[in-house]
Design a protein around this ligand. Sequence first.
Ligand code: MG
Length: 255
Amino acid sequence: MISLREAWEIEKLRQSARLLAAAFHEVEKHIAPGVPTETLDTLADEAIRSGGGLPAFKGYNGFPASVCTSLNAVVVHGIPGKEELKPGDILSLDIGVLLDGYFSDAAKTYAIGAVDETKKRLMETTRKALHRGIKKCREGMRLSDISHAIQATAEADHFSVVRALVGHGIGTALHEEPQIPNYGAPGQGPKLQAGMVLAIEPMINAGTHSVEILKDGWTVVTRDREPSAHFEHTVLVTQGKPEILTMGIEERQPE
Ligand code: MG
């Protein structure tokens, strides 16, 4: 069952997404070489709580932090710690918010200083793949139309799509039905309906699509240790143009 949200619920999702964007903006000011990833975690946690929300990832299945900080070959679920950002890194920041019963989830990959051409292209392609997928979030499309659009975009640029992790429905739980693979043939799966809310999140690798989990039980890395990028939005399916609830993370707020 994929939930269809009513107008009052969509308003709550918008508020949750707004707080999430505010947390991103607070953290972004501090993304720079020499900054330990645990500092970003603290900043996000404070921003979310001061806005009346809860960090959705903290304690989720035992996850120890409020954000995921995934550097370079880390695909997702990197645990913040003492490791410092350095020039040439790419950092994926994934944050979830629970506000007044409603969840929002988004991710973005940042370049730390100057990064090599592969990383730059990988980030651009992953962001482009996300938005090609989002374009399919219209009533009447099939779920796998999203998947296919993402895969086609990534592979056209000679990158690979992670299979082992997927996007998801979101609303009164962080992860709801349906699962949304980032690959597959078009025209399959349930028909999309206005009121569905989906977290679309391509994870794209420079090398092999194959991943493994480190001994900490969380950190997902590429098997060949080539870099990976991750962008995510929480999106409302409509009859027309999809509403990207977390669009606010794409623009820096004026300080
Ligand atoms: Mg997600």
